[in-house]
Design a protein around this ligand. Structure first.
Ligand SMILES: *Cc1c(COP(=O)(O)O)cnc(C)c1O
Length: 400
């Protein structure tokens, strides 16, 4: 048994916490990419919409289609660039791409033109997929212009923004739904990184002003993901794009403690608990070793609980030694290497743990967990994003 319990009420709580920190009228674009950071995109997106989230964001066209097929009609931003072969689907399912160069804009324009023409030819019938979406009355296909202000990933350079914005606004089949950028270091607190984020913000502001100076409507302006939206409320513009904080974790060094020092109230609750059960209790004499490579050997008589969860479930191999799991409210160390499908925890001679007892690896308090994905990330030199998105398909998501 290996399951990820998804506490949807905690997602709702986190959204409410975010809203408390937003300036009036600022929209939320909830990042549900990578299967909602491993939490299950459809259920999380539906919950987020129920909580008043206006936009969703995904990384790939396939992720967007999954949401549309589940009946989600909110605008969906596709944050990564897509292949030419995916552009028809982009238009068909009314997914909103980020664009950042003339060639890409031309390709999307051509795909939109072709799609709209084929629609007209098919007896003015709006396809079922597009009917499902919120901007069915808009005959133009909305795109958001991405400006690269220093992330070095996607987008145009700030000085190119006004011409590209104009190009989109004047095109036959596209409309400029918004303009955005993405920060490279908003989750850091040292002066060097804060200055860098500040310079990105300033470049972005100038780009927005240059677009408006051309009398082009920039649409929805957005730049802040989790870190910036909390730490830099003055940068919220028209919309914010939280991801990790939806799922109950702080972004980088923008911790709860750091925020509370700045008098910003934010108390997120983890949404996922990773749970398994004891599949056997073994009685070991002194000198018996555990797992591949025999990296751990019992120093005294002890008991070992065999747990049916391993690195193929996303319990990363590097987590041991160091990982502790909770059984009946007590912490026990995982011994030896984590295998693909199993691992072993030492419960000692006095533990009351027995076969089929619930084992919680991380999660919110109410799950019985004694640590969070942040604790695991800290111990492994990574970030909660990686811990959460590593939980594999084999782990059944149960929504609570
Ligand atoms: C993933 C992503 C986000 C959300 O980031 P978090 O740090 O999880 O809040 C926002 N914007 C873009 C462009 C992203 O790729």
């Amino acid at each position: 048994m290996r399951i990820a319990e998804i506490y949807l009420e905690n997602l709702a709580h986190n959204i409410a916490q975010i809203k408390q920190n937003l300036r009036p009228g600022v929209k939320i674009c909830a990042a549900v990419k990578a299967d909602a950071y491993g939490h299950g995109a459809v259920r999380c997106a539906k919950k987020a919409v129920e909580c008043g989230v206006e936009f969703l964001s995904v990384a790939t066209v396939g992720e967007g289609i999954e949401l549309r097929k589940a009946g989600i009609s909110r605008p969906i931003l596709v944050l990564s660039l897509c292949d030419k072969s995916e552009m028809r689907s982009l238009v068909k399912y009314n997914l909103t791409p980020l664009v950042g160069d003339a060639e890409y804009i031309d390709l999307i324009e051509a795909a939109a033109k072709k799609f709209f023409k084929s629609q007209k030819n098919s007896a003015n019938e709006i396809s079922a997929e597009r009917k499902n979406t919120s901007n069915k009355t808009c005959e133009k296909f909305a795109v958001h212009l991405a400006v690269d202000t220093g992330m070095g990933r996607i987008g145009c350079l700030p000085h190119e923004a006004k011409d590209l914005a104009k190009k989109i606004a004047l095109s036959q089949n596209l409309s400029l739904g918004g303009v955005c950028t993405h920060f490279a270091s908003a989750d850091e607190t040292s002066k060097k990184y804060r200055d860098y984020a500040q310079s990105q913000y300033e470049k972005f502001s100038l780009a927005i002003n240059s677009i408006r100076a051309e009398k082009v409507d920039a649409g929805i302006v957005h730049c802040s993901s989790s870190a910036a939206l909390l730490d830099r409320p003055e940068w919220q513009f028209d919309m914010v794009r939280p991801g990790i904080i939806l799922y109950g974790y702080c972004a980088g060094k923008i911790t709860q403690k750091y925020l509370s020092q700045k008098k910003i109230r934010f108390e997120p609750k983890p949404v996922m608990a990773l749970v398994t059960s004891v599949s056997a209790i073994r009685h070991f004499a002194k000198g018996q070793s555990v797992s591949y490579g025999c990296t751990w050997t019992s120093e005294r008589e002890t008991k070992i609980a065999v747990l049916p969860i391993g690195y193929a479930d996303g319990l990363l191999r590097r987590a041991s030694p160091g990982l502790e799991v909770a059984i009946n409210g007590k912490k026990y160390p995982v011994r030896g290497r984590i295998c693909m499908d199993q691992c072993m925890a030492e419960i000692g001679m006095k533990s009351d743990a027995k076969r089929f007892d619930r084992v919680v690896i991380f999660g919110p308090k109410e799950s019985g967990a004694l640590c969070t994905a942040q604790d695991l990330a800290d111990a492994q030199g990574t970030i909660p994003y990686e811990i959460l998105t590593s939980i594999s398909k084999r782990v059944k998501r149960i929504f609570i």
